[in-house]
Design a protein around this ligand. Structure first.
Ligand SMILES: [Zn+2]
Length: 466
């Protein structure tokens, strides 16, 4: 199998494998492994995210990467994958997930396959009748690279210290701008509406090695679309999130891996979009570089302030496909009856950190509601995760319409059902540990199970920095 894991990933995997050999006797604690693979296309491809863009890409502004972070405790795993791509559209979620689950020996619930939602990455498709041949080849190679990266992360499992910190960033802003036409009628367009308060939290997880406190990785979640480049750009780029990841990795160096995740950003765009184009002449600072740097700076700032604790606590995950109230795509109103529409929901925990993976584009308010009601001290919201099920607007937004409401396959009330289902899974995960019984360690991976009858201990593995 041809893979091109980055030097970072290979060095990291090698280093972690060495560490694993030394510390395998302590396998009962929480372990983590990290890997990164370059997924920049090697030939021109069609770009995803704007129907108006028909031509193939004209070059690379900044490289794309996929980052994998695997957690394991007593045989239970949770694998986060962050890929610099729009998402798992055109039916690719299922085959890619299957390849990863089968190729890496995972349980379906253990995989959080997420995309950063950059609108300057290849359209994914495995259908030669639908997509450009370069895109089909790219998607096939992406599948192989993702499997290699997750395997490398699992091979690199080693004891880990975790810490969580929270920052704030103004990079994302509500994009549902209200305009008035000549007749005095109002409507919602894609623009900027800073009067709507949004959840600006930058959630950051820090991973370091207990032996020497070496920083090996970070996970961050922040709610914004990666659309600063707009529909006229034909250069490959990770846009805001990809550039933030790259900034953090360059800032700390030494091969650390920073995996970024788009939070609940269905109604949020970057504050700036390129004016008038992706211009780098005459000292012009491209808007995605500015905004990605701002977001990356905040992640780095938060990371610097996090104190870490011994990594411990249970790892567990759930996966569910919900049936939410549906409506036809392409209509704003909800009067038309429609079949329920599926929505992919994942939830997991790593010690005291909870992760909610949403298989679509969820309005910011819904993510904030899930965070607020979560029984965990920290709940990261990850979107474009394990599916590409479309926009989930808030009930209130249907009255004013707009792009997200019109293109959504969901009817009013889907938001409430989704939030309730996510909170229910989080409570199950919380309860599972509290009862102990449902958390019987798996023994099918040759790990070291806890003796029967021993009470489950819930250490405060993760503390907020401030
Ligand atoms: Zn989107």
């Amino acid at each position: 199998m041809k893979t091109r894991l980055s030097t970072w990933a290979l060095l990291t995997a090698t280093r972690l494998s060495l560490a694993l050999g030394l510390e395998s006797a302590a396998a009962a604690g929480l372990r983590a492994g990290l890997a990164q693979v370059d997924i920049t296309p090697s030939q021109p491809v069609t770009l995803a995210g704007y129907a108006s863009r028909k031509d193939v890409s004209q070059g690379v502004h900044d490289p794309l990467a996929a980052r994998a972070i695997a957690f394991e405790e007593r045989g239970r795993r949770l694998v986060l994958v962050s890929a610099d791509n729009l998402g798992w559209y055109n039916g690719v979620a299922e085959p890619l997930r299957r390849a990863l689950i089968e190729g890496c020996g995972l349980e379906p619930a253990e995989l959080f396959l997420c995309a950063t939602h950059t609108h300057s990455a290849p359209t994914l498709t495995l259908d030669a009748a639908q997509g450009h041949s370069h895109n089909v080849a790219y998607t096939q190679e992406l599948q192989r690279k993702l499997v290699a990266a997750v395997r490398a992360a699992l091979d690199g499992l080693a004891p880990v210290q975790l810490g969580v910190g929270v920052g704030s960033s103004p990079v994302g802003v509500n994009r549902r701008e209200v305009v008035r036409d000549a007749a005095g009628q109002t409507r919602v367009v894609l623009g900027r509406n800073p009067s709507v308060l949004t959840d600006r939290e930058v959630q950051v997880l820090k991973l370091s090695r207990p032996a020497d406190a070496e920083l090996v990785g970070a996970v961050y979640a922040y709610a914004t679309h990666s659309t600063a480049l707009g529909p006229r750009n034909y250069l490959i780029s990770g846009d805001v999130h990809g550039l933030a990841e790259q900034f953090v990795e360059r800032y700390f160096g030494r091969g650390m891996i920073a995996a970024g995740f788009a939070g609940a950003s269905g109604d949020l765009d970057p504050w700036f979009r390129v004016l008038p184009g992706f211009n780098t002449t005459n000292g012009w600072l491209p808007e995605p570089v500015l905004l990605g740097t701002m977001l990356g700076e905040e992640v780095a700032h938060v990371l610097d302030g996090i104190r870490t604790e011994a990594g411990s606590g249970p790892v567990s995950a759930r996966f569910k496909v919900l049936e939410l109230p549906g409506k036809p795509r392409g209509v704003a109103g909800s009067s038309a009856r429609s079949e329920p529409a599926p929505f992919t929901l994942s939830a997991g925990r790593v010690g005291e950190l909870a992760l909610v993976g949403l298989g679509g584009e969820v309005f910011n308010e819904i993510g904030a509601a899930i965070k607020a009601a979560s029984p965990f001290p920290h709940t990261f919201i990850l979107t474009h995760c394990n599916g590409a099920d479309g926009y989930v607007p808030t009930r209130a937004s249907y009255a004013s319409g707009g792009y997200e409401v019109t293109s959504s396959p969901f009817a009013p009330g889907a938001d409430e059902q989704l939030a309730a289902a996510a909170i229910e899974l989080l409570r199950e995960l919380r309860q599972e540990n509290a009862s102990g019984a449902a958390q019987a360690p798996r023994t099918d991976r040759g790990t070291d199970p806890k003796p029967a009858g021993q009470a489950a201990v819930l250490p405060e593995a993760i503390q907020p920095a401030r």
